[in-house]
Ligand binder design. Structure first.
Ligand code: NAD
Length: 485
């Protein structure tokens, strides 16, 4: 592993770049070929402490408290424009660190800019209410910031999730501490380098790099945090919630999914096919809201699945910088997780209609590329159709009645997103009403939805909402003021 000549990138705390120990750092790999592309500070409890002290001081400072919401909004607009000016560099960083094709990274960077614009516009519109009590009393509520809000984020959409976390925190007047995933901190670090240029007071935005069990655990258990948002797996989410509960720190959990696309025989199959394909291959299936279950009416299944498999065979696979359709899987760990399910399906004799194997790419022998895969006729209760595989693997399950379709769609521990494909509007609404998930798409599917659509889970996909105006509730607290005259 060559690391000579690589500078160690620091955590960003209180406006300073901090490297605690240059001998003990985290190597960051390019998933496209396995090479080490950066070294990053291995932050832990000490850095988290520094960040919390700095953020509390900055939050309570006169400079931050007296800043008009409109001026906070202008700072966010400024960040959006700087992101756009640096779009290509940020996209390349994201592709080299996460592996995703450049076109997807560019789309992610544009979304990051839009988060800052959207919440920049919101900053001076976080209203309270006036409540009629009785003559002689003026009663009203104000929405106040919480204080210091922590964010622990995953590796699959780092620039998007960093932007959504910081933009809403600042729009609502909080100070933020973000811990990126240990594998993919580079775009978050670049983003704060850009944010430094707009003149936000030191300590309002902090990034502590490090491992989950060190920096992440220290942040989740810090007693002086005022809120924590965790985006990641169910198992880690439980730990974060448990740690935060000891300090009565409120939590938002954005967890995994096993999202179905429910396809009826009266749908526009061309549209359905395109969206369903995209929903499982985007970011090589490493997407919380991937459409990873095809739940399809029995009498069109064979025809539809054959067309889907044909379309999948045509997709190109290779390094993200070459901008193929699918980039690599993030790491060996993630590849093994996916492969565990592929092997399970093979052992149990399931039919692979497409894929089911690793792909070797020239000069990338240290990397993990996977053929997009369709596994046919998977019973709804089988682990393949119940557990998050987090790769380009689609399971197919059939139904014969509407009731059965709903029951299969709802029949996993998750409830993040669902797609419904039918030309029958009444049926589409009937089903949408019965689905236990945070987002429903009828005759389209946007993994994760747009920035203005509230996003979050039912059941084990978590609770609380990110995105849109809905999330403002989670980053503010309500004070009621009653004045008697
Ligand atoms: P993960 O749970 O392994 O890690 C997520 C983050 O938690 C990382 O920053 C990690 O360092 C940190 N962490 C690990 N152990 C910790 C601990 N003990 N205490 C505190 N923090 C700790 O998840 P991942 O593999 O990075 O991401 C994949 C998962 O994230 C999938 O389940 C996916 O569905 C989910 N996800 C959800 C959303 C959403 O918005 N709902 C978005 C993206 C990803």
């Amino acid at each position: 592993m060559t690391t000579t000549g690589l500078k160690v990138l620091g955590s960003y705390i209180d406006g300073k770049w901090i490297v605690t120990n240059t001998e003990n750092v985290i190597s960051i790999k390019n998933p496209a070929n396995g090479s080490v592309i950066a070294l990053v500070n291995r932050g832990g409890a000490q850095e988290v402490d520094l960040a919390v002290v700095a953020a509390q001081r900055a939050f309570h400072s006169a400079e931050w408290q007296n800043m008009k919401p409109y001026d906070r909004g202008k700072l966010l607009y400024h960040i959006a424009s700087i992101i756009r000016e640096n779009k290509e560099e940020l996209s390349q960083i994201e592709t080299m660190n996460v592996g995703k094709p450049l076109k997807q990274a560019r789309a992610d960077v544009e979304i990051a800019a839009r988060y800052f614009e959207y919440y920049g516009g919101v900053a001076d519109k976080v209203y309270g209410e006036s409540i009629p009590i009785e003559p002689g009393i003026v009663d009203f509520t104000v929405r106040e910031p919480l204080g210091v809000v922590g964010h622990i984020i995953p590796w699959n959409y780092p620039i998007q999730i960093t932007a959504r976390s910081i933009a809403v925190s600042l729009a609502t007047g909080n100070a933020a501490i973000l811990k990126p995933a240990e594998d993919t901190p580079l775009s978050a670090l670049k983003l704060v380098e850009l944010i430094e240029q707009v003149g936000i007071p030191n300590g309002i935005v902090n990034i502590v790099t490090g491992y989950g069990y060190e920096a992440g655990a220290a942040l989740a258990s810090h007693p002086d945090l005022n809120h924590i948002t965790f985006t990641g797996s169910v198992e880690t989410g439980k730990k974060v919630m448990e740690s935060a509960s000891k300090n009565i720190v409120p939590v938002t959990l954005e967890l995994g999914g096993k999202s179905p696309n429910i396809v009826f025989n009266d749908c526009n199959q061309t549209d359905a096919l395109q969206h369903i394909l995209q929903s499982i291959v985007q970011n090589a299936g490493q997407t919380c809201s991937a459409g990873s279950r095809l739940v399809i009416e029995k009498n069109i299944k064979d025809e539809f699945v054959e067309k889907l498999a044909n379309a999948m065979q045509k997709l190109t696979i290779g390094p993200g910088l070459e901008d193929k359709d699918l980039g690599p899987i993030l790491s060996e760990v993630q590849f093994k997780r996916i492969n565990h399910y592929i092997e399970l399906a093979k052992q149990e004799g399931f039919k692979f209609v497409a894929g089911g194997n690793r792909v070797m790419v020239n000069d990338c022998e240290e990397a993990y590329y996977m053929k997009p895969t369709i596994i046919d006729d998977v019973p709804a209760s089988h682990p393949l159709a119940q557990e998050e595989i987090f790769g380009p693997v689609l399971t197919v399950t059939t139904f014969e009645t509407e009731e059965e379709a709903v029951s299969i769609a709802n029949g996993t521990p998750f409830g993040l997103v669902a797609g419904i494909w039918t030309e029958n509007v009444k049926r589409a609404h009937r089903i949408a009403n019965q689905l236990q998930c945070g987002q429903v798409f009828i005759n389209h599917y946007g993994a994760g939805g747009g920035i203005a659509m509230p996003f979050g889970g039912y059941k084990k996909s978590g609770f609380g909402r990110e995105k849109g105006l809905e999330t403002l509730r989670h980053y503010t607290q309500v004070k009621n003021i009653a004045l008697k005259y």
